[in-house]
Each structure stands twice: as C-alpha cells, then as structure tokens.
Ligand binder design. Structure first.
Ligand SMILES: C[S@@+](CC[C@H](N)C(=O)[O-])C[C@H]1O[C@@H](n2cnc3c(N)ncnc32)[C@H](O)[C@@H]1O
Length: 220
C-alpha cells in the first residue's frame, strides 16, 4: 500500500497510508500524542525498577525513542520489545524529523541503531535500554507473564477491526504480568468491552489533543 510522509499539527512528521487515509500517529501532533498516551498515561506509573515494555506496532520507532529519552529520569532499566510486520524503509526514516523536534540530535546514533539493529536479537542501545525487534504478526505473540507495560499502537479499528478483538486482547492479557498496564489512544466502546471480556480493569482517561478520551487497562 502506498505510504506518504505528512506533517502533523505539532510540526512532527508521520506516515500516512494513502488508500486507508490512516496515519501512524495523530494528525493533531505525533509527538504530543506519543507523550500523552504512552509516557504520561503509561511509563509515568513506574519508577526504580526493571521494566519490560511491549510495543504493538514498532513503526517509525517514535514511541521507543521517546521512551529512551525519558527512562533515565525515572531510574528504570528497560527491556523494550517492538513487534512489527511491515518495517518502515530507510528512505521513509530519513524524511522523519523526530531528532530535531525532540531537540535530541545528540542521540542520532541511538535512533539509527534502533532501526539498523537486526530483527529477533536483543541489542543494547544504552546500558539500561535493551531493544528486541520482532518481525511478526501480533496474532503470533506467544509470550506469557512477561510484560509490565504494553503500548498498544495498532492502526484504528476503522481500518483493522481484527486487531481490536477479544482474541488479540487475550494475547495481550496473557503476555502481561499481574499488575501490568496497557495503554492505547483508542476509546471506542467495542474496544473497551473486548478488554473487559478478557479480564482487564479498564479506565477512560482524557485523550491527547484532538481526542476526548483514551483507554488504560490493568491486569489485577
Ligand atoms: C499506528 S502504526 C504504529 C506506529 C508506531 N508505534 C510508531 O511510533 O511509529 C501501526 C503499525 O502496526 C503495523 N501492523 C499493522 N498490522 C499488523 C499486524 N497484523 N501485525 C504486526 N504489525 C502490524 C503497521 O505496519 C504499523 O507500523
């Protein structure tokens, strides 16, 4: 499917799938959304520990990179697993402006290493941030009781309804440790009900700019 780079409301770029008119991030602001949904509503719940994070849809690596910028302030040791079936190309990556927009040009080598690193291998990006990228479909995730935090960042239910089902959330529930948390930008009633059905406790939280609400699910 044809993909194109667009600029979002906060000046940061994202990728748009032309046929679907669907973006990798919010059109209102890619970086703003990532901070609100995944850092403020997810990562901020944890400090002083080793944290296993699973990202559903590694994509441009923006969420992983922001987590890399933020984890030290919370004294975390991160093991980050990013699952992705259709990796972004080097040509697309070159057109993104996250280093500039995040005023993190000094971390260019880390960003490049995240993308250049081999799939299926744990790589040390910094001494306390280890990344494993897995190239596979979400339905094939088979880890159990492993993750403290899941960034659920699939394309919307409008274009990929099969990724917002009881079947997929059961896989997330199984992959998560007791006490773990899943955050997503989505707020649809059907998504919330699918989460409840597999046993999550679900909260509605204020959404990022342009969105009234988002969801956070906990495995008690
Ligand atoms: C909303 S984008 C993720 C954006 C990403 N978190 C970022 O910061 O750039 C959704 C991602 O899921 C991937 N994807 C779509 N369907 C998938 C599937 N069934 N299994 C694995 N990856 C899939 C897409 O290629 C895309 O990279």
């Amino acid at each position: 499917m044809k993909r194109e780079i667009i600029t979002t409301g906060d000046g940061s770029k994202t990728i748009q799938i032309m046929d679907w008119q669907e973006q990798y991030h919010s059109k209102h602001g890619a970086i703003q959304e990532a901070y609100h949904v995944f850092i403020k509503s997810g990562l901020d719940l944890f400090n002083d520990q080793e944290l296993n994070i699973l990202e559903i849809g590694f994509g441009t690596g923006l969420n992983a990179f922001i987590t890399l910028i933020e984890y030290e302030k919370r004294n975390l040791q991160i093991k980050y697993t990013g699952v992705e079936a259709y990796p972004v190309s080097p040509e697309e990556l070159e057109q993104l402006n996250y280093l500039e927009e995040l005023e993190s040009l000094s971390r260019k080598d880390d960003f490049d290493l995240m993308h250049a690193s081999a799939w299926g291998k744990e790589i040390e990006i910094t001494s306390n941030f280890h990344l494993t990228k897995q190239q596979k479909f979400f339905k094939d995730i088979d880890e159990t009781d492993r993750f403290d935090l899941i960034y659920f960042d699939a394309f919307g239910a409008r274009v990929q309804p099969e990724l917002w089902t009881v079947k997929i959330f059961q896989i997330m529930f199984n992959a998560m440790k007791r006490g773990g948390v899943l955050v997503t930008y989505a707020a649809k009633g059907s998504v919330r009900r699918a989460m409840l059905e597999v046993g999550f406790l679900v909260e509605r939280l204020p959404g990022p700019p342009g969105k009234r609400e988002m969801l956070r699910a906990k495995k008690q």
